[in-house]
Design a protein around this ligand. Structure first.
Ligand code: ADP
Ligand code: ASP
Ligand code: MG
Length: 410
């Protein structure tokens, strides 16, 4: 019997009615002859509410306690969905991460899954029980509760599918697949029939929150067939797949954006060896992710260095660099936390020159100033003022004709 891991996101389990509909959806899969392991997120808005509660009680709460708090949302939905399934005649059984033993490292709020024990799930499946697993959470080697980063239930699902060698992992959500851009911003965005792991990894790392980046990484590494589909509407969704020669190679497959960015600039830094390491070093030693880094050509023995971090790390990064500014004798430390990153991704960029020129022309035509640029083989990203985000995404989507092409190869 085929084994499917089916994950339902927050909007899919937002109310009692939704949970009962999800149970029916799972039952349909079971009736069709599949074995199913279900993964669920907390009810939509719940993890935000818990986060706000933690921040209201303490300005700098310990990661350990925040994880105990944040992980509680999923405990509610696994129990409710198990009850709903049992009422339909398909016995459901809820599992928290520590009951299955989803082992992670100890990096609270951004833990990585290291290993999953599958014994209890296999037993449940053999008994004809439907395991309903809490997404987003794990335990570290000391038994502490950890969470995988916002949106991390996708990663729980794919990691479980890999560990159980499932036939498919289905990410069921409020859109019917991966689109050429966030359909909430671009009304004529188009659903992609197929997208490669490589492109999907870029799209999600660059902000397309339809899939958690780590879930795509797992799926690529363990070759888990991964599909994004609608929870309540029938349809093929989007299959994330290995590249093969028969696939068409679109110049640009999609546009992604990340709103939660901030940039830090240190100006008038002595242009001598080791400066970048002295500035980025202290930030990199914290659990702060440094993204784009730009250092200007020096003039008069001085240079400027700008880099971006997540907006939530902005204040802390400025604080860390305050003493460094003095030590280096730099002129000034400044920042801007109202920036956003906009990117285009496509395998075809490898073999076609001129994408960058079209990208910059499209933004220039809208009078959007580009603050930073970064490129790789299959993507171009820029930083712009946050207020231009939507305009930039729409301009790029139109420039690369993404609403027009009707191809299943993405
Ligand atoms: P869930 O709660 O089911 O995990 P998310 O809100 O995390 O759902 O992800 C689904 C949302 O991702 C969609 O509602 C959509 O607004 C957004 N999104 C961003 N980029 C894309 C894209 N390229 N294709 C589809 N959805 C996208
Ligand atoms: N409930 C968690 C969050 O809101 C995990 C998830 O939805 O994937 O981030
Ligand atoms: Mg999500």
């Amino acid at each position: 019997m085929p084994l499917i891991v089916q994950k339902f996101g927050g909007t899919s389990v937002a109310s009692v009615d939704h949970i009962q509909r999800v149970a029916k959806r799972v039952a349909r899969n079971l009736k069709a002859g599949n074995r199913v392991v279900v993964v669920v997120s907390a009810m939509s808005g719940e993890t935000n509410r818990l986060d706000d509660l933690g921040m209201a009680v303490s300005e700098r709460p310990l990661g350990r306690e925040m994880d105990v708090l944040l992980a509680s949302g999923e405990q509610v939905t696994i129990a409710l969905l198990s009850m709903a399934l049992t009422d339909l005649g398909y016995p459901g059984k809820s599992f928290l991460a520590h009951q299955i033993r989803i082992h992670t490292d100890s990096n609270h709020r951004r833990a990585r899954i290291e290993r999953i024990e599958t014994g209890d799930l296999q037993t449940a499946l053999a008994e004809g029980v439907v395991p309903v697993v809490a997404g987003f959470q794990g335990i570290d080697c000391a038994g502490n509760v950890t969470t995988l980063g916002r949106g991390g239930s996708d990663t729980t699902a794919v990691a479980l599918a890999a560990a159980l060698e499932a036939d498919e992992c289905q990410i069921c959500t409020d859109v019917d697949g991966v689109y050429t851009a966030d359909p909430r911003i671009v009304a004529d965005a188009r659903r992609l029939g197929l997208v490669t792991f490589e492109e999907m990894l870029e799209l999600s790392s660059l902000g397309s929150k339809v899939l958690h980046p780590r879930s795509v990484e797992f799926a690529g590494r363990y070759e888990v067939p991964l599909r994004v589909m609608s929870t309540f509407e029938d349809g093929p969704g989007t299959l994330i797949t290995m590249e093969n020669e028969t696939m068409e190679e679109p110049l640009v497959s999609g546009v992604a954006y990340a709103r939660d960015e901030a940039k830090i600039t240190m100006t008038g830094v002595p242009d001598v060896p080791g400066v970048a390491s002295k500035i980025i070093g202290p930030v990199g030693r914290e659990p702060i992710e440094v993204d784009m880094i730009v250092q200007n050509t020096g003039a008069d023995g001085l240079t400027d260095l700008t880099f971006t971090v997540k907006r939530e790390d902005y204040e802390k990064t400025l604080e860390l660099l305050q003493p460094v500014t003095g030590q280096l004798g730099a002129r000034d430390l400044s920042g801007d936390n109202r920036i956003a990153k906009v990117s285009v991704v496509g395998r075809g960029m490898r073999s076609h020159a001129g994408v960058a020129a079209r990208f910059f022309d499209a933004l220039a035509a809208e009078n959007i100033n580009i603050q930073m640029i970064s490129t790789s083989e299959i993507k171009i990203s820029v930083v712009v003022a946050e207020r231009y985000l939507e305009l930039a995404v729409r301009a790029l989507h139109a420039e690369f004709g993404l609403s027009e092409a009707e191809t299943e190869s993405g």
